[in-house]
Design a protein around this ligand. Structure first.
Ligand SMILES: Nc1ncnc2c1ncn2[C@@H]1O[C@H](COP(=O)(O)OP(=O)(O)O)[C@@H](O)[C@H]1O
Ligand SMILES: [Mg+2]
Length: 423
């Protein structure tokens, strides 16, 4: 089921045809969560790209694997290997920057040396979750693809975010790159979506009328993820009733509830006070309303000191000590819902360059490593689940596997192993 997006598909189709004609083209699709970036790209890949016999290499960033240096590029290299073409992935021993360049070159060589065939479509979805080293390497690849018939599509949440290195940002926003900012679907699209939404046999079937589709549009801003959640949860006659106040879609409410649930009680009180007082309320007023708020503010202050200290330690070559401080600071920022400083911690952590050796030494999968690292930083299973966007059951499963692999049986032993392996 796919509705609307005629103009966007036309833009993407034109770029695809340009690539088929032998030119390297770059398209950036950006927009908030659930707006339909993945669905749009998939529509192109399964539709016109398939009809034109394109070869598709698709990779996606993963929120829980941002600390895995070159993780995304390694996946891209594996995809390129299917062309089929040998890929010379650089050895582990190379120093950081050289390894990034060598990894980029390995992908360039594979793309340029691929056997003749249809044009190549290279999709990087959820680029905002790619590790920074891969984003640098991707910029290296894009700069060298000029004469190769490749359409690169980068889908991401926010081109202005701190996750995007300047070099790649310049390439993605250059005059010859096409920008497709995705907004909501129209009310008509939502009516079409309601017609195409399968409903249980005991529920009334049908299509939303124009007025109800308009109300759904106003309520969800046309976001298909949220609109679909409401179409699934609320019976049609209720949606049609203008007197009914539509609920918050579960897809919208759940992440808030999860984040809030993982906050310390004092932070929760502060968030609740801010929510009641509304946008722009001064912090001291919210703090007074929430009462007894020393803790989160103090934690924030302490985390800032840890971040500064971690930076200083890294710059003076004490990467092991730096990583410990930075990881602790990041955990606090994440729990207090402060994404920008949490992002800065992650960048500093990546710059410490310790993650890859940890995986190699401990023999854990990327998900297991992320879980192990958070356990070592003292997060509970619930907090880890919230941070990695997975269920508590999955966290428990990963921890079980980690214990077996490392031959240990406690969180304390795990923390010791991770510290030894990661530093
Ligand atoms: N044009 C569309 N028509 C129908 N369903 C859509 C459309 N765009 C997105 N969706 C649905 O909305 C949900 C979120 O879309 P997705 O592409 O995953 O968003 P994003 O990648 O931007 O986070 C998915 O269930 C998807 O199938
Ligand atoms: Mg997506």
């Amino acid at each position: 089921m796919f509705v609307g997006r005629t103009a966007e598909l036309a833009l993407l189709g034109a770029e695809l045809r340009a690539a088929c004609a032998g030119r390297a083209r770059t398209v950036v699709v950006d927009g908030p969560e659930g707006i339909g970036k993945t669905a749009l790209v998939r529509r192109l890949v399964d539709g016109e790209a398939a009809e034109r016999g394109c070869r598709v290499l698709a990779v996606a960033g993963e929120a829980g694997e941002r600390g895995l240096r070159l993780g995304l590029l390694r996946e891209l290299a594996a995809e390129a290997g299917r062309l089929p073409v040998p890929v010379r992935w650089p050895p582990c021993g190379l120093p950081g920057r050289e390894r990034v360049t060598a990894a980029g070159q390995a992908v360039c060589d594979a793309l340029a040396g691929a056997p003749a065939g249809g044009p190549i479509v290279l999709v990087v979805d959820d680029a905002q979750w790619a590790d920074t080293a891969s984003l640098h390497a991707l910029a290296y690849v894009l700069r060298r693809l000029r004469g190769v018939p490749v359409l690169t599509i980068v889908a991401c949440r926010d081109l202005g975010g701190p996750w995007l290195p300047d070099g790649l940002r310049r390439l993605l926003t250059a005059d010859d790159a096409v920008h497709v900012p995705l907004g909501g679907l129209t009310a008509t699209d939502l009516a079409d979506l309601s017609a195409a939404t399968p409903r249980p046999p005991d529920r009334p079937q049908g299509t939303l009328g124009a007025e109800a589709a308009g109300r759904l549009h106003d309520h969800t801003l046309g976001n298909p993820l949220h609109a679909r959640a409401l179409l699934d949860a609320v019976p049609l006659p209720v949606l049609e009733d203008p007197a009914v106040r539509l609920p918050a879609p579960a897809t919208y409410a759940r992440p808030f509830a999860r984040r809030l649930g993982s906050c310390a009680p004092a932070a929760r009180r502060l968030v609740t006070a801010c929510a009641v007082l509304g946008d722009g309320c001064p912090l001291h007023v919210a703090a007074a309303v929430a009462g007894r708020l020393g803790d989160p503010l103090k934690a924030l202050e302490e985390a800032r000191v840890l971040l500064d200290l971690g930076r200083l330690l890294r710059r003076t070559g004490r990467r092991r000590a730096a990583a410990g401080r930075l990881a602790a600071a990041r955990a606090v920022f994440v729990r207090l819902g402060a994404p920008s400083p949490a992002e800065r911690c992650l960048q500093e952590l990546e710059a410490c360059g310790l993650e890859t050796s940890a995986t190699a030494r401990l023999g854990l999968t990327p998900q297991e490593l992320s879980t192990a690292t958070l356990v070592a930083h003292g997060l509970t299973n619930r907090q880890i689940a919230a941070e990695l966007f997975i269920s508590v059951k999955t966290v428990e499963y990963h921890i079980g596997k980690i214990y077996t692999k490392l031959g240990i049986g406690s969180r304390v032993a795990l923390a010791a192993k991770v510290t030894a392996g990661g530093a």
